[in-house]
Design a protein around this ligand. Sequence first.
Ligand code: ADP
Length: 355
Amino acid sequence: MANISLQHLDKIYDNNVQAVYDFNLEVKDGEFIVLVGPSGCGKSTTLRMIAGLEDISAGTLLLDGKDITAAPAKDRDMAMVFQNYALYAHMTVYENMAFSLTLRKEDPNVIHKKVLAAAEILGLTDQLNKKPKQLSGGQRQRVAMGRAIVRSPKVFLFDEPLSNLDAKLRGATRREILLLHKRMNATMLYVTHDQTEALTLADRIVCMSMGRVQQIGTPLELYDTPANLFVASFIGLPPMNFFDVEVRGGSLVSPYFTVAMTEEEKQLLADYEGKTIVLGVRPENIEAGGEDVKVNVFSNENLGMNTLVHGYLGGNAQTITCKLRGWCDYRRGDEVNVRFVKRHFFDKETTNAIR
Ligand code: ADP
């Protein structure tokens, strides 16, 4: 069992920088939580407070109901995997993986069994006698995970574990981490600035900005119903397009287009008549066709099943990115009519989603 309860956690560093404000989260046993957000938003600080590597300035941290707010790192029964692997160069893979257990003076037979079992899970059985420098980046990352696994911790903490790997290896290692999670059924918290990792790995995502939690939910919830403009722009690639529009007599009116609202939208936006709101449209929710929105193409990128079309609306003050189905061959200067098949709305002042 490993439930974690984070209650009103604050972190203020010695130089008076507040890195985390009022962080609240209930992590269920076996859950895979991903903390995501841009660099500097407080993800690592939060993870390090959970690990016991940073003091908690205010708030309470419970592990299985027990208060561990002030417990030293070594008593927390958690293992952390870092992005820079931190392997011992002079030790073999076996010795690296066995190291923490040797320090704890565990029975050598038990250590041997645990290392072999972890090596098996990670496909490192043939590499145990090698030194780290004889391994690829992906294999080194697996050794780092092996070191965590042998300790059979209650909780695994990952701090950007894939950021030193190239794109292809990142994809493969991501799948390994998912498999690892399934096999071990362990509670995992994972920090990344990469929204793709968050969407593909998480049971639930915690999206952060400037030290504050913006939204907590399943990947689909964050993608489909982002709580505010920040989450809407951070989750999804290419990012959502945003347009200022006025709600006027059943239409959404921008300097560049006027589109009719559905009955449902009219109800949703009834209080905004005459006001300017932000319309959000994901590139993949734009289709070729219709009369309403005219895109002046400036680039056409074929991705195989889809084509990314970048263009201007009207002059060149407003750009738009459309992910159109199929293989398109638009040229610079072509005019394409598109329609928005799904639309998101945000209050311009609060930046919150209008729902
Ligand atoms: P992230 O992991 O999201 O990139 P961090 O948690 O590392 O963000 O940092 C959050 C904020 O706290 C940043 O403004 C960073 O400069 C600041 N910070 C991080 N570590 C320290 C430290 N040891 N002392 C002072 N400020 C720090």
